[in-house]
Design a protein around this ligand. Structure first.
Ligand SMILES: [Zn+2]
Length: 312
């Protein structure tokens, strides 16, 4: 099995792997590799070029010399598209709206990050000095974790070439191989202004991008939680047995229901606050018990703030 510090390959069906992001690598989100029969399709490319490079290598090792012909970007967020540059020769596909948003946001992000490199180098050398002087094992583990994160960021800024989709679609695109056909479906506005999912009918399997987060707080602020609920209904109606979320472990259809519940719960929370008519102290609202173990806990408060502003 291919080994990478960025992800763990999880076999899902004959010819289909999910790549689950590790805690400490440069992937940040999940991706997929599908043997279509005659060619390979990759779904999303992680947060950094170095993780994208390993993804490309994994495709080659898992499926031999079959070329990666298509790379799908589920949405424009950097943690799903920054490995694109390592798929030269493949056609990168997204909805036209996702491509527009990538062009609008990704070069600007890189231009903001590049001037931070000197500070990053200074932070790295400070952490390295501390690490060299530290003898306590627990502190050393924490410091080397911090150092690894900084190294991943440094490498990604230094090596990133913004690479955008060249093939775009609007509502549905079917890609046919000799082994299977898959459908790219635009669910419209959900986690962002336009989210794509990949559906393989023969495998009853969905790569959900960030329309689905499992045991992770999903970010509301770039999308619309109201139409997100409709997107989840459409997704559920496909009847998939395997659902690969954008974040969190590979799941089944239950994670679609969990997302719906999360959105409803937060909308209800805001509704109750507003009915009480007092100035809400959003930061003081604790994460509900049902979501206490979910990762990215800071996103919970941001989501409430977003919903409150939306009402104003
Ligand atoms: Zn996202």
């Amino acid at each position: 099995m291919f080994h990478s510090r960025h992800f763990t390959p999880v076999p899902l069906a004959e010819g289909i792997y999910a790549l689950e992001a590790t805690e400490t690598g440069g992937a940040m989100s999940n991706a997929g590799i599908i043997d279509m029969g005659g060619f390979i399709l990759v779904f999303d490319t992680f947060n950094t070029p170095q993780a994208g490079k390993d993804l490309s290598e994994a495709a080659r090792q898992l499926f031999g010399e079959q070329p990666v012909k298509y790379v799908v970007n589920s949405h424009w967020h950097g943690d799903h598209v920054r490995g694109n540059q390592h798929f030269t020769g493949a056609v990168i596909v997204s909805t036209s709206r996702t491509r527009e948003m990538m062009l609008k946001t990704q070069p600007a992000w890189l231009a903001r990050m590049q001037p931070l490199l000197p500070q990053l180098a200074a932070d790295l050398s400070a952490v390295s000095d501390k690490l060299a002087a530290e003898t306590d094992t627990a502190v050393r583990t924490r410091l080397s974790g911090e150092r690894q994160v900084l190294l991943e960021i440094q490498e990604s800024i230094e090596t990133l070439t913004i690479t955008c989709p060249e093939l775009t679609y609007e509502s549905k695109l079917t890609i046919r191989g000799t082994k299977r056909s898959v459908e790219l479906l635009s669910l419209g506005q959900a986690h962002t202004v336009c989210d794509s999912v990949l559906y393989s009918p023969a495998d009853a399997l969905i790569f959900g991008g960030d329309v689905i987060a499992a045991y992770n707080h999903p970010l509301f602020q770039d999308g619309d939680p109201h139409s997100w609920l409709g997107a989840l209904d459409r997704l559920e109606a496909l009847g998939a047995r395997t659902v690969v979320p954008g974040h969190g472990p590979v799941s089944n259809a239950s994670c679609i229901g969990a997302m719906r519940q999360y959105i409803h719960d937060l909308l209800n929370l805001i509704g109750t606050l507003q009915a009480a008519g007092t100035d809400a102290d959003i930061a003081g609202i604790p994460v509900p018990d049902a979501y206490r173990d979910w990762k990215a806990a800071g996103v919970f408060t941001r989501n409430l703030e977003f919903l409150l502003q939306e009402q104003e």
